[in-house]
Write a protein that binds this ligand. Structure first.
Ligand code: DUC
Ligand code: ZN
Ligand code: ZN
Length: 487
């Protein structure tokens, strides 16, 4: 019997730190050895000089999730995980969303029921908290944390989700106590509502007004506020889907000054602009997502921030609603923009887009690609055995042909959607083989894995958020309540 289950040979191995020629041996789902040359193996996979990288980790996607207005995303854990795998991912972390009145235990049980029988990839959840009652804060979040759900997302916008500044402080404090990470959707709720009312009064209801209704300043102000709230209690914070120059500049500045701040942007903000919202007929509805698409100058500035290291990851924010009356147009084909379902698909397009426009176009290095697509998410979100090529780590591997050119098509997404916003883009580089815990999930353009083979990954506290960051003198009760704030 062979010492190894699989040996991948003849590849160019790429991690967030290095590129080198070598072989990888896999045993019992884990990487057992990496060396210049490894003989044997019950199965030998010839990488033929292709790039052998850590499988992608999709850290922001909405799968089998009801929005606050009750629309269910088109992808369930089967189609969502299949699509993720075809896009080069070996693991994903969708949201488990609490809607008001629900207990956290109920939410987790619901998502376990959706994920476990269906996912072809390993998965975990970020918890969305919309109802931070005293019981949720005192008992339920710590219990979720013990279960290995170590990140909590909160909204600063949407009346049905917004937890308010005090709610955010409460959640940040609980998260900090347990070593969890708070993720925030930062947009100023009142600014958006005020703009909506103003636009409605002017009869401005077409999709293009969606971008007007959610101004760049609404994001910039909310990111600044969220960062201040997190600094007050010295809790780490992850700002999701940053879409603005002002927001990215705040993130860059705060990170440079040592604030425990993490962030991401998404391919749609790098690839598309608000002009897409003004496509003819109803087409613009395909591009409604929040925060909205911005202008060309912002798109370019966000790429500069990706290259400069402002973001930990580039995530898809896959929020799939079909282009029909069960999805985007649940409120009717002529619904005004605030009543059109908010989100777009992209879980299979994320990495091919980032590779092509990032690596192939020379904007980022291969190391940055691996960091942005996998390694950083693993470290920030506590997926301790994933996101790198190291002995002992899960054998989560994607083999990429960096030269294949293809035109992005809906049929390549393998999701449950009827459109892709990336349709027709000419891209270079294709993830040909995806392996999760040593098992081939995708190869030769086909799905090789069985429904339900993916496992829940209990996550650890984020190592990266453990260090001390900013300490507001007023928060140090021992000193400040006696008013001994340092001069
Ligand atoms: N926020 C997300 O993260 N995704 C979809 C819509 C939203 O508001
Ligand atoms: Zn959001
Ligand atoms: Zn999202």
């Amino acid at each position: 019997m062979s010492e190894f289950d699989t040996v991948i040979h003849g590849g160019t191995l790429v991690t967030a730190a290095e590129t080198f020629a070598g072989d990888i041996a896999i045993r019992d789902g884990r990487i057992a050895a990496i060396a210049e040359r490894i003989e044997g193996g019950a199965r030998r996979l010839d990488a033929g000089g292709r790039l052998v990288m850590p499988g992608g980790i999709e850290a922001h996607c909405h799968i089998a999730q009801e929005s606050s207005s009750g629309v269910l995303s088109a992808d369930d854990y089967y189609t969502g995980s299949v699509s993720a795998a075809f896009g080069g991912n070996a693991c994903f972390v969708p949201f488990a969303a609490q809607h008001r009145g629900q207990t956290i235990a109920e939410v987790i049980e619901t998502y376990d029921g959706r994920a476990a029988p269906n996912s072809v990839l390993d998965y975990s959840y970020h918890l969305i908290v919309s109802d931070p009652t005293p019981t949720v804060l005192r008992d339920e979040l710590p219990r979720a944390f013990e279960r290995g759900i170590t990140s909590f997302k909160v909204f600063m916008t949407y009346d049905l989700m917004n937890v308010g500044d005090a709610g955010l402080l409460d959640i940040l404090t609980v998260a900090k106590t347990h070593g969890a990470l708070t993720m925030v959707h930062a947009e100023n709720n009142d600014m958006v509502k005020w703009m909506n009312a103003r636009l409605a009064a002017a009869g401005a209801i077409e999709p293009k007004y969606h971008a007007v209704s959610r101004p760049e300043l609404a994001e910039e102000e909310a990111i600044h506020r969220a960062v201040c709230l997190a600094k007050l209690v010295d809790a780490p914070l992850f700002v999701v889907h940053v879409s603005t120059r002002g927001g990215a500049a705040i993130v860059a500045r705060e990170r440079a000054s040592g604030t425990r701040l993490f962030s991401e942007t998404c391919p749609q903000y790098l690839a598309l602009t608000r002009a897409d919202l003004d496509r003819p007929g109803r087409e613009g509805a395909k591009y409604i997502c929040s925060p909205p698409l911005r202008d060309e100058a912002t798109r370019e500035a966000l790429w500069d921030h990706v290259a400069a290291g402002t973001f930990d990851s580039v995530s898809s924010d896959h929020a799939p609603y079909r282009f029909d009356e069960g999805g985007k147009f649940l409120n009717g084909l002529d619904a005004p923009y605030p009543k059109i379902a908010n989100g777009m698909p992209g879980i299979a397009a994320r990495l091919p887009y980032l590779f092509s426009e990032g690596v192939a176009e020379g904007r980022i290095t291969l190391q940055q690609f691996v960091a942005l697509s996998s390694s950083n998410a693993a470290r920030v979100f506590g997926l301790d055995t994933k996101g790198s090529l190291m002995p002992g780590f899960d054998a989560d591997i994607a083999i990429w042909n960096p030269e294949t050119r293809r035109t992005m098509r809906l049929e390549d997404q393998h999701d449950a959607m009827d459109y892709t916003p990336f349709e027709g883009m000419e891209l270079t580089g294709v993830p040909e083989t995806v392996i999760n815990r040593g098992e081939i999930v995708v190869a030769d353009g086909e799905l090789k894995a069985k429904r339900g083979r993916g496992r829940f990954v209990a996550r650890k506290p984020s190592g990266r958020s453990a260090a001390r960051g900013h300490v507001a003198p007023e928060f140090a009760a021992a000193r400040a309540y006696g008013t001994e704030i340092a001069p």
